[in-house]
Design a protein around this ligand. Structure first.
Ligand code: SAM
Length: 267
């Protein structure tokens, strides 16, 4: 089964699936290069604000523009379509789904071919609005919200599995140990995992400074910079995917500022 779709991802990372040793070598190299940008996970302001705080509401609106600018809904829709080309997914889970507007845009892109898909939107905040539910319904999808901490929920005994687990602008919130746990649980629950994350790069950081000249609020401007520093590059997520045997892994840059990771069970 092929996961590569050059239009979605414009950079591959050497051998595929990626081997642990390759990246150990790569990590050593990056330490010796003084301008290498080390990954740094710091708290984001949006995560500390109550859902109904006007700064949070504005920042979630800004987030839609950032997703649009990064082209993330298109990247996710293409990755899902190429990984599940036949009939699409019957059940999808988005972790860190926020207000669901991102996934509603993905649903719109995938319909009408993907009809009757049921999507579960998991987030620690319950903020999916009725108009967003309507957008899913217009695309022919059913939607359910799950209010939970991702690791608490994923580590519960499995009641059911789904076709795919997806994440957008979410994994960068976590340190490596937490990502290992998320991945360990995710692979028990789905045969496909797709994440679209910020690409960690100085160029992206430089571009993000232009946001000072937009209408983005302080929360958004702070969180964008923090997210880029906590973003990913090279095979950083593949290295954390447990025992990749039986799984096809693909990871690399998507469009200008995004980083795409796909893990799909083979056979
Ligand atoms: C940057 S937003 C992305 C939202 C959505 N994926 C999008 O692209 O619009 C990250 C989301 O993750 C949620 N979040 C952060 N940490 C979480 C955790 N440990 N468990 C569940 N949700 C979490 C936040 O509430 C927030 O809605």
């Amino acid at each position: 089964m092929r996961l590569d779709s050059p239009s979605v991802m414009d950079e591959t990372q050497g051998d595929w699936p990626l081997r642990k040793e390759d990246h150990t070598a790569e990590r050593k190299t990056s330490r010796t290069v003084s301008f290498a940008m080390e990954r740094r996970v710091q708290p984001e302001l949006l995560d500390q604000l109550p859902a109904d705080d006007p700064r949070a509401i504005k920042s979630r609106r800004d987030l839609q523009l950032i997703n649009f600018f990064m082209g993330n809904a298109g990247i996710m829709a293409k990755a899902l379509r190429s990984a599940l080309p036949q009939s699409g997914a019957r059940q999808l889970l988005e972790i860190g789904a926020g207000d669901g507007r991102f996934m509603a845009r993905v649903a719109r892109r995938l319909s009408p071919n993907w009809r009757s898909t049921r999507v579960f939107l998991l987030d620690r905040q319950e903020i999916v609005k009725p108009e967003t539910v309507k957008q899913f319904e217009t695309a022919g999808w059913q939607v359910s919200g799950i209010k939970a901490e991702v690791l608490d929920w994923l580590s519960r005994p499995i009641a059911s599995t789904c076709d795919a687990i997806v994440a957008n602008l979410f994994l960068h919130h976590f340190h490596e140990g937490q990502l290992l746990r998320i991945f360990g649980e995710a692979r028990r629950r789905a045969r496909l995992f797709i994440a679209v994350e910020p690409r960690r790069s100085r160029v992206a950081l430089m571009f993000s400074r232009l946001f000072w000249f937009t209408g983005f609020n302080h929360v958004t401007r702070h969180d964008v910079a923090v997210s880029i520093r906590a973003g990913f590059k090279a095979g950083e997520l593949s290295r954390l995917w447990p025992a990749s045997e039986g799984w096809a892994l693909k990871e690399g840059r998507a469009r200008l500022f995004s980083h795409l990771f796909i893990a799909q069970q083979i056979g």
